[in-house]
Design a protein around this ligand. Structure first.
Ligand code: C5P
Length: 303
């Protein structure tokens, strides 16, 4: 009998990049939104000292199942921090969030592992405590625990809820290739851009009033240009989506997934059809935001 957790993907509606700190991390001003495209993690008890995972689904072949897996590292860190002497866990990860896609799939799995092991080991930790541990695993992990729509500062881990009205219909164009986040930040740095972490006030106003059209017009990502320099086909994908009626489009995070915003589910479905015809697009997914962060589920199997 395992503990089942469902965790969403994220898209950054704004990703504004500043200077770097001593460890080379960039200061960010970002707006995250959690989307209804979910990974699932089931935690099963394992003998003391055994921390292992299985990974299946979307891009599973590219996810390590040993200590390189962020979910396994999350479980180990939680056990160390809270002195769970006889801890062990087998984490079954079912992937739907594209791997190396700019949608925080690895961070999502780490967030899910924290929630699952907190329950499995009866630790009863608060969301704040889990977020503090999560921040040590990756800048996006605290948001994946929290979900919704949030403003992220610092490395993206200092979060503040953003008031939002409405449901946002997203179409996601997955790319054949993946992009490494550090490589995209390096490409960004190579052009020595002026640091600017200011999130456009127009975006926050539009989210507050539920003006989807204005949200579409205010999307901004400073990592988009470097991602396109590394994968020029992304420019064509963005053009196709705009021509097919998207209210706005953006490379998600460090890419290469491209995210398109529509006013209704019907418009999103039409957009998905147009994008699916492009040879630059490996697959298309549809999702809505905002949704909750990593959540304990019912008595789900591994099916
Ligand atoms: O925190 P995470 O492991 O997800 O970050 C992956 C990489 O992305 C970091 O090693 C760093 O190169 C880059 N990064 C950054 N500034 C941030 C977040 C990530 O430079 N705020």
């Amino acid at each position: 009998m395992g503990v089942y957790v469902r965790v969403p993907a994220k898209v950054n509606l704004a990703l504004c990049v500043g200077g770097t700190d001593q460890e080379g991390y960039h200061e960010l001003g970002t707006v995250f939104q959690a989307l209804s495209l979910y990974d699932e993690v089931t935690a099963e008890p394992a003998p003391p000292g055994v921390f292992a995972s299985t990974v299946r689904g979307e891009g599973a072949a590219y996810v390590p199942d040993d200590d390189g897996n962020l979910a396994v590292r999350a479980a180990r860190l939680l056990a160390e921090e809270h002195g769970v002497g006889d801890a062990g866990v087998l984490l079954h990860v079912r992937k739907r969030i594209p791997v190396a896609g700019g949608m925080a799939g690895g961070s999502a799995d780490a967030a899910a592992a924290l929630v699952a092991c907190n329950e499995l080991w009866g630790l009863d930790l608060t969301p704040d405590r889990l977020q503090a541990i999560g921040a040590r695993l990756g800048a996006d992990v605290p948001f994946m625990l929290r979900g919704g729509t949030a403003l992220g500062r610092g490395r993206g881990d200092l979060l503040e809820q953003v008031p939002v009205q409405g449901t946002y219909h997203w179409t996601l164009a997955l790319s054949h290739a993946g992009l490494s986040t550090p490589a995209v930040f390096r490409e960004y740095d190579a052009k020595a851009p002026a640091p600017d972490t200011r999130v456009p006030p127009a975006l926050l106003d539009a989210l507050r009033t539920g003006d989807v059209q204005a949200v579409g017009a205010s999307l901004v990502n400073h990592l988009q240009a470097p991602a396109i320099r590394l994968l020029p086909a992304l420019a064509r994908t963005l053009e196709i989506g705009l021509a097919a009626g998207a209210l706005g489009c953006i490379v998600s995070g460090s890419g290469p997934t491209c995210a398109f915003l529509s006013g209704t589910a019907e418009e999103a479905a039409e957009l998905a059809e147009a994008l699916a015809r492009s040879s630059a697009v490996r697959a298309v997914r549809q999702a809505e935001g905002p949704v909750a962060g990593a959540e304990l589920g019912g008595a789900h199997g591994r099916g």
